[in-house]
Design a protein around this ligand. Structure first.
Ligand SMILES: Cc1cn([C@H]2C[C@H](O)[C@@H](COP(=O)(O)OP(=O)(O)O[C@H]3O[C@@H](C)C(=O)[C@@H](O)[C@H]3O)O2)c(=O)[nH]c1=O
Length: 191
């Protein structure tokens, strides 16, 4: 299992080792010990989620405010998505910048998105099953969003805008400039 820091180094791309044989394959999808060593701090996942979506569905950009801020460890069980993490920590040298990664059922790559980031994915295959761990429970009160097409973010979603399908909530998310202060770069949201 390789942990590869991305252009925003707190975001990690994880490449698991896939053991193929005549029966199919075996892959470790999560190792607590390797994970703690790679991130440098304890992360305790407390909820597992799964969603299914068809091509063009874009979920996000989403995050939860403290005290329910969440880290996410995301992967694709079936199909392909473009996964995106945006740094929304005020004062961060990479504030407003993003990391994107193609996650699919062939490469089995995962992305680790720390607290202080907004997260989204768009489905590029006909269908996709998306699975992820989070290290804080769902809190509708702390649930927030950011507009997927905010020009200041400059995200290339790899799919025509006309194909994109959003929830009613995600059609009305604020721009980065309208968010206000959600996270501070100096604050340890794991304390
Ligand atoms: C996220 C979540 C939703 N729900 C419910 C609320 C609602 O009725 C239904 C669908 O919720 P949403 O529309 O928010 O689902 P969705 O748009 O898939 O939200 C997810 O998007 C991705 C990008 C993330 O990063 C996740 O953290 C999460 O925000 O499921 C839960 O019960 N528990 C949860 O943890």
């Amino acid at each position: 299992m390789k942990f590869i820091p991305q252009a925003i180094p707190e975001v990690l791309l994880i490449e698991p080792k896939v053991h193929g044989d005549q029966r199919g394959y075996f892959v470790e999808t999560f190792r607590h010990d390797l994970f703690e060593a790679a991130t440098g701090y304890p992360v305790h996942f407390v909820q597992d989620n799964e969603s299914s979506s068809s091509r063009g569905v874009l979920r996000g950009l989403h995050f939860q405010l403290a005290p329910y801020a969440q880290s996410k460890l995301v992967r694709v069980i079936q199909g392909e998505v473009l996964d995106v993490a945006v740094d929304i920590r005020t004062g961060s040298p990479t504030f407003g910048q993003h990391v994107s990664a193609l996650l699919n059922d062939q490469n089995k790559h995962q992305l680790f998105i720390p607290r202080g980031f907004a997260h989204a994915f768009v489905v590029l295959s006909e269908q996709a099953i998306f699975a992820y761990k989070v290290d804080n429970l769902y809190s509708p009160e702390c649930d927030r969003g950011l507009s997927w097409d905010d020009p200041s973010l400059g995200i290339d979603w790899g799919i025509a805008a006309e194909e994109i399908q959003l929830s009613a909530k995600d059609k009305q998310q604020p721009k980065l400039s309208e968010l206000g202060q959600c996270f501070d770069y100096g604050v340890n949201y794991y304390a």
